[in-house]
Design a protein around this ligand. Structure first.
Ligand code: AMP
Length: 285
């Protein structure tokens, strides 16, 4: 596996790959790799001639300076893991390489898509995501790019970005990989202590509770029950629970009018803010 740190080098490498007709699969990450990332990489390795992974903790998408400062950094270990899943190139640039000084930050607008949930609670977050994803797509020029459903709103924003800026690539949304107790895998989970780790799966439990209730009772009652359930759990502070249309992400008021909903949750556990979601097909019993 080749490790590239310079923008000029990744450009040359990608140009050579494109010229020789190779298909490129791309998995952008912020490192501290876990099984969720590795499954995305394995999917890419199966479906493309060459797989490129990027590891870049993108400062412009963090609205909380502590979250950025304390984000786990495990590049040595990540590099070894990448070698085991068929990754061919690791692109791991520095911040200076990606954001040369005095470059003004572009402003993106995603309309209603970013007015809800993560966009509403994390001002500037999706602007940072759109900036880095655009830059990486230009540098890596992938045929396919792999993103996790775990960050459902991010997938919707990137889908919009690809469409609006005419990026010539296929976006692949990969299902959320979970721990045995249901907790969605996340690099931030390593910052939970034993007690916090024990209560963290209640986010997923709340989503499953909501799924069951939603099939037999109205939206408002389900939302109230989820809130009550999480209030009863010590150590979990609910930020939001939303029942949303999976493509527009706008709140759904009456599930009888839709076929599928996304149940989305964010909560703070100890030092970490966790998010999760599940898609529910309401026609299935
Ligand atoms: P991150 O390093 O957290 O920015 O994540 C990089 C990519 O991996 C994003 O597309 C995430 O949605 C995806 N990802 C993170 N956690 C999981 C998971 N548990 N299951 C599937 N994909 C994930």
């Amino acid at each position: 596996m080749e490790v590239i740190k310079q923008v000029s080098t990744i450009r040359q490498r990608v140009q050579a790959l494109r010229c020789s007709g190779k298909s490129i699969g791309f998995v952008p990450t912020m490192g501290a790799l876990h099984e969720g990332h590795l499954q995305l990489l394995q999917a890419s390795a199966q479906e493309n001639d060459v797989t490129i992974c990027s590891i870049f903790i993108n400062p412009t998408q963090f609205n909380n300076p502590d979250d950025y400062k304390l984000y786990p950094r495990t590049l040595g270990q990540d590099t070894e893991l990448l070698k085991t899943v068929g990754c061919n190139v690791l692109f791991a640039p520095s911040s200076e390489e990606i954001y040369p000084q005095q470059q003004p930050l572009l402003q993106f607008s995603f309309g209603a898509l970013e007015d809800v949930m993560e966009g509403e609670r994390r001002p500037g977050h999706f602007n940072g995501v759109a900036t880095i994803v655009s830059k990486l797509f230009h540098l890596v020029q992938p045929h396919r790019a792999y993103f996790g459903q775990k960050d459902l709103q991010q997938v919707a924003i990137v889908r919009q970005l690809v469409h609006t800026l005419s990026f010539d690539l296929e976006l692949v949304c990969y299902p959320t990989v979970r721990e045995e107790d249901g907790l969605a895998m996340s690099s931030r989970n390593t910052r939970l202590n034993t007690e916090q780790r024990q209560v963290a799966p209640t986010l997923y439990k709340a989503l499953k509770l909501a799924e069951a209730q939603l099939r037999k009772q109205p939206v408002a009652k389900t939302k109230a029950e989820v809130a009550a359930y999480l209030t009863s759990v010590h150590g979990v502070e609910l930020e939001y629970f939303e029942i949303a249309d999976p493509s527009t992400l706008q709140p759904v008021q009456d599930v009888r009018k839709v076929q599928e909903v996304a149940l989305c949750i964010a909560a703070v556990v100890g030092p970490v803010r966790l998010i999760d979601n599940i898609l529910v097909n309401l026609n299935e019993v």
